[in-house]
Design a protein around this ligand. Structure first.
Ligand code: AGP
Length: 623
């Protein structure tokens, strides 16, 4: 949520800042801004409301050749999306500019204190408090400098440490000072920052995507660290340990993964990447000889895992839907009791959990504040915590005791697609692994593996429905309400289909277990409310067919997602999207494809901004 970039080196800083902000725009896109230091050593701020393209036009009118600068793209938390509230913010009589991700919980009291000291506030943001707090700390330290201390960059680092020690909440900060025009400063607590190391230049960003193509040497900042970055040097210090040796890692993302290519939207590109992303999720994780799955990163022995009597999946949004799929899979295949908890609720509940309970946090971004909060609470209680995560090096991936990386590749579209299907696949393989540790036979394991191996090809076939789905979307794009219905493995799919439609087309949609519909929601059914039935073949098919007939009997239009050759459904439904035959435990992955395409095409038909839907952001780093 919100994106930060920074640059110091020999390039024109604004070139990198704009390109970096474009790549981070998926994290928030209400407003944006940059701050650079011009030749006369003054801080120059450019801001605009709306997309980065607007900011680029502003900058084009008044270019600046500065070699140092910071930038920010915002998802509003405190105060509306206005120029005044856009970052960077100025602190202490234009001494510094600051860009901030995260939320400061005690900003109101700090603001009162700072006002009493004479600081004036222009915005409604919590960030301006940090700007003045740092400026005030610099002034206090500068007074000490008169008494023999040095007035140099070290003073800035100490002042930043003084200031952030007063903050309650989360922050990733990028700061420039006009006194120290050759440096940028960064600080982190609970909101990610990555430093890229180039030749005679350094980059800063809130995730690695802006660095792709500029450098492949990166340093992930950890909580309580402050960095001072010049063109030629990087010094990282920790609140308690002083200056530390920073660990330089290799950035592995290929640049084409974050480019749009020939696609009109990232969402469509990512939908079509699923045969590949699923292959990547399963790569190296199948052991045919033992008829099981292999997970190198769980950091728990089979003996540890055999002691597990209960699993809790915690997540938010789409990841929570994959957790529901995981619940069906683990109970059915591994016979382990599972609970699925909204992370935002789990954190503040006090559920009885014994030592044999294993917690999995499921998250695409690895930065979701609610999920991180739940994970930390469970860790604090002494439980083993594992993550199922897409973004390598993300906060949740680092804080969990172990886990599974999805390897789905960067997901830029705000609406999650390929990460969701990779989550479902990872959970299927986890169920196989846990099952094989328990009662699941060698033969049953081999059968599961052969079905898993066929999955990417089935997805290719499911994607061939794109044109048919597009035609169906045109027919229903003006409807204001949709119901999504499915049972057993396909109940979570119904929830996910409804969420996808809501997110990107702003149509009201509800997902239910198909049988539950007659207990209330059926009252909504009329000729203008389509019901999307997710009904591939399976042991519950006949029952779902009865639910479908009940809707038809009340005049409701029906769009069915059914298996190739299903004539029975073709005769009753108004429209059918066919998918290939697939084993029941993998149905949630294949049935997700037409639902993703349906929401995509409806959103396009309604003229919505598919990749950057209103009010949303890709990673939700506030509670
Ligand atoms: C998915 O389409 C949504 N944008 C949203 O529900 C998302 O899944 C949720 O915020 C959780 O994000 P995470 O997987 O990164 O933790």
């Amino acid at each position: 949520m919100c994106g930060i970039v920074g640059y110091v080196g020999s390039r024109v800083a604004q070139d990198f800042l704009l390109e970096g902000l474009r790549r981070l725009e998926y994290r928030g896109y209400d407003s944006a801004g940059t701050a650079t230091i011009d030749e006369s050593q003054q801080i120059k701020i450019t801001k605009s409301v709306g997309r980065i393209s607007r900011l680029a036009s502003e900058i084009a009118q008044m270019p600046c050749s500065s070699r140092v600068g910071i930038g920010h793209t915002r998802w509003a938390t405190h105060g509306a999306a206005t120029i005044t509230n856009a970052h960077p913010h100025i602190g202490g009589d234009e001494m510094l500019a600051i860009a901030h991700n995260g939320v400061i919980e005690n900003f109101a009291e700090l603001r009162t204190q700072l006002k009493q000291l004479g600081y004036r506030f222009n915005s409604e943001t919590d960030t301006e408090v940090i700007a003045h707090l740092v400026a005030d700390a610099v002034k206090t330290r500068a007074k000490l400098a008169v008494n023999g201390h040095t007035f140099d960059e070290q003073l800035a680092i100490d002042a930043i440490k003084d200031a952030i020690s007063q903050l309650r909440g989360t922050f990733g900060l990028a700061i420039i000072f006009k006194q120290w025009p050759d440096s940028i400063f960064a600080a982190r607590l609970g909101s990610p920052l990555v430093i890229g190391i180039g030749d005679g230049e350094h980059f800063l960003a809130s995730d690695a995507s802006p660095l792709v193509g500029y450098t492949d040497r990166i340093v992930y900042m950890a909580d309580h660290q402050v960095a001072m970055i010049t063109a030629d040097s990087l010094q990282v210090s920790h609140r308690d340990q002083g200056v530390i040796v920073h660990d330089v890692q290799q950035l592995s993302v290929e640049s084409n993964k974050v480019e749009l290519g020939d696609y009109e939207h990232y969402m469509l590109k990512e939908i079509f990447e699923q045969p590949e992303s699923l292959k990547n999720t399963m790569r190296g994780r199948i052991n045919e000889d033992d008829a099981t799955a292999v997970f190198g990163g769980l950091n728990l022995t089979p003996q540890d895992l055999l002691k597990i009597k209960r699993v809790v999946f915690t997540a938010c949004g789409t990841s929570w839907h994959s957790a529901l799929v995981g619940e069906y899979l683990m109970e059915e295949i591994a016979q382990i009791p599972v609970e699925v908890e909204y992370a935002s609720e789990l954190r503040y509940r006090n559920p009885p959990m014994d030592e044999n309970t294993l917690l999995f946090a499921i998250t695409q971004s690895g930065e979701t504040a609610d999920t991180l909060g739940a994970l930390r609470e469970m860790k604090r209680k002494g439980h083993a915590t594992l993550a199922i995560c897409n973004v390598v090096g993300s906060t949740i991936a680092q804080e969990a005791d172990g886990g599974i990386y999805l390897h789905a590749g960067p997901e830029i579209g705000v609406a999650s697609t390929k990460a969701y299907t990779s989550q479902c696949l990872a959970l299927s393989m986890l169920a196989l692994y846990f099952g094989r540790l328990r009662h699941l036979s060698y033969n049953a394991g081999r059968k599961m593996i052969s079905h898993i191996r066929e999955l990417p090809a089935k997805i290719e076939v499911a994607l061939q429905s794109n044109q048919i789905v597009s035609d169906i979307a045109t027919k229903y794009a003006d409807c204001n309400n949709f119901l999504y219905l499915g049972r057993h493995y396909n109940f979570p799919t119904a929830l996910e289909g409804a969420l996808k439609l809501k997110e990107i087309s702003y149509i009201h949609a509800e997902g239910y277990p198909a049988a539950e519909m007659k207990h209330g929601p059926i009252a909504l059914v009329d000729e203008s409310t389509p019901s999307v039935f997710v009904m591939p073949q399976g042991f519950i098919y006949d029952k779902v067919m009865s639910n479908l007939e009940e809707i038809k009997a009340r005049g409701g239009p029906v769009i069915a997602i059914a298996e190739e050759g299903d004539q029975r459904v073709a005769e009753v439904a108004d429209d059918v999207i066919f998918i290939p035959q697939v084993e029941e435990f993998l149905q949630p992955i294949v049935t997700a494809i037409p639902l993703q395409l349906l929401s995509y095409h409806i959103a396009v038909a309604r003229g919505c901004d598919v990749d950057k839907p209103r009010n949303l952001a890709k990673s939700v780093t506030v509670e």
